[in-house]
Design a protein around this ligand. Structure first.
Ligand code: ADP
Length: 457
């Protein structure tokens, strides 16, 4: 069911119930009021008739009938019955046997002193009237024709009012809900036009104050993120193919040149060595790209075990020394642990080692003395590792950019690299629930600090 229909129905239901409840209340209240008022009139009649007939000696039954029929206060279809203490009729209105006053009713009145009953179209008021210690039973009965007719009119008015108001509410509700929802309809139409080729389109945010404007605002923020991700994805693919094509073109060129004519053995050896270097380079790029793609997935996909970060750093130090004898990694402990678990984190050893190696290699690669100072520290909840080198440094404006795939600062262009190390490191640290901070002054130093929580939630 459409929200518009649902809103209208809800609106109708609320108003219908409210009007129904108030109409029933008005009708019930008027009905009670009519009955009370009519019994009051019957009671007055019974009192005055009893007083006249019993207390005034000059008034006999005939005179009372004349008075009863001519009095201006005579009620419609009025009947008066008076009985003595034995229950014998001593007065009744002319031609009157229409209402049968049973012995039970008389007995009831005798004991209760006052009764109010209805019989067919009549309302009957009973009064035990006492004078000189002698009890009499007086019954006044009549039909409240005007009262019932007024009540009927009131009921008709309430029913018609109910029907008319419902129709007005249904039409008004429908118009109101379509008005209220028209901005959403606008959003739907606009969103339908947004495709992968028009991610630059935005919704009208107005002043961003009501819920719909806030929705448009949130949607626009999401579009911005999507557009950025889309552009980054495109750039990534373009950069990746460029990075892969460069060594391939170089290899093809070298092999084509060497095949142009017969060469000396040394020439072949030199070319093969150079092609081998390019293949190794290609291999590094492919491995990093693969790892970068894998670390896009959830941390659940990686096997997390207890890892001693100090052990990892010793391995990193010896691996770097083995593959790059010109590089030096100094490992220092800021404070010595009392417990061997102080350096333990829950993580993936392969990924963590890759991240630490990249940091250390960068420190050596970008510094004049080809060395990096690694400092290991811990607190109750975290392991803290920092990498400090005295090298080319990083400009403030590049702080964010260097974590983008393939980005290399201007100062680093002359130094070999692919711009894939830091994006990979950032993802690995994120998977481990940690964070990276950076402090650097160009041509002075670069200081990366990493915090890895011991237990990630
Ligand atoms: P690569 O080292 O292959 O260039 P990275 O992703 O590891 O790729 O680094 C990206 C860029 O960040 C580098 O090109 C360089 O500009 C900058 N950078 C990273 N580490 C350092 C460092 N220790 N000192 C100076 N610049 C650095």
């Amino acid at each position: 069911m459409q929200i518009r229909t649902r809103l209208t129905l809800l609106f109708i239901a609320i108003v219908a119930l409210t009007i129904l409840a108030s109409s029933v209340f008005i009708y019930a209240f008027s009905s009670t009021y009519r009955s009370t008022e009519f019994y009051e009139r019957l009671a007055n009649k019974a009192h005055s008739m009893a007083k006249l007939f019993i207390d005034v000696d000059e008034v006999d039954a005939n005179l009372l009938r004349i008075i009863e029929n001519t009095a201006p206060s005579t009620l419609p279809e009025e009947h008066i019955y008076i009985f003595n203490s034995k229950g014998e009729s001593i007065y009744k209105s002319i031609n009157d046997d229409l209402i049968e006053i049973s012995d039970n009713l008389k007995k009831k009145l005798f004991f209760e002193g006052e009764i109010k009953v209805t019989k067919d179209i009549y309302e009957i008021y009973g009064l035990r009237y006492e004078t000189n210690g002698q009890p009499y039973l007086v019954f006044a009965a009549a039909t409240d024709r005007f009262g019932y007719s007024k009540l009927k009119n009131l009921r008709n008015i309430l029913v018609i009012n109910y029907a008319v108001v419902l129709v007005i509410i249904a039409i008004g509700g429908w118009i109101f809900s379509s008005k209220a929802l028209s901005p959403i309809t606008g959003i739907i139409q606009k969103v339908e036009n947004i495709t992968e080729t028009s991610l630059n389109l935005r919704l009208d945010e107005g002043k961003g104050q009501d819920e719909i404007e806030k929705l448009a605002l949130t949607f626009n923020r999401m579009l911005e993120r999507l557009e950025l991700a889309f552009i980054m994805q495109k750039n990534f693919v373009a950069n990746a193919s460029h990075e892969l094509r460069t060594p391939l073109t170089a290899m093809t060129g070298q092999l084509e040149v060497v095949l142009l004519k017969e060469r000396e053995k040394e020439d072949y050896m030199r070319t093969i060595q150079s092609v081998l270097d390019d293949i190794r380079n290609l291999n590094i790029i492919c491995n990093r790209l693969l790892l970068l793609a894998q670390t896009n997935t959830d941390r659940k996909d990686f096997n997390f075990v207890s890892v001693r970060v100090d052990d990892l750093l010793w391995q990193v130090q010896s691996d770097i020394r083995k593959f790059n004898p010109t590089y030096t990694v100094h490992v220092n402990f800021k404070s010595l642990p009392e417990n061997e678990n102080d350096f333990v984190v829950e993580g993936n050893p392969h990924l963590l080692k890759t991240a630490l190696t990249n940091f250390a290699e960068n420190g050596c690669k970008f510094s004049k003395n080809r060395s990096v100072d690694v400092e290991l520290d811990f607190d109750e909840k975290n392991i803290l590792v920092s990498f400090l080198d005295q090298g080319i440094g990083i400009r403030k404006e590049d702080f964010k950019m260097i974590f983008q795939p393939f980005y290399r600062s201007k100062d680093a262009i002359s130094i070999p690299g692919h711009g894939l190390g830091l994006p990979l490191i950032e993802k690995i640290i994120k998977i481990h629930g940690g964070e990276i901070s950076l402090d650097s002054v160009p041509n002075e130093y670069t200081h990366f600090k990493v915090r890895i929580p011991k237990n990630q939630v």
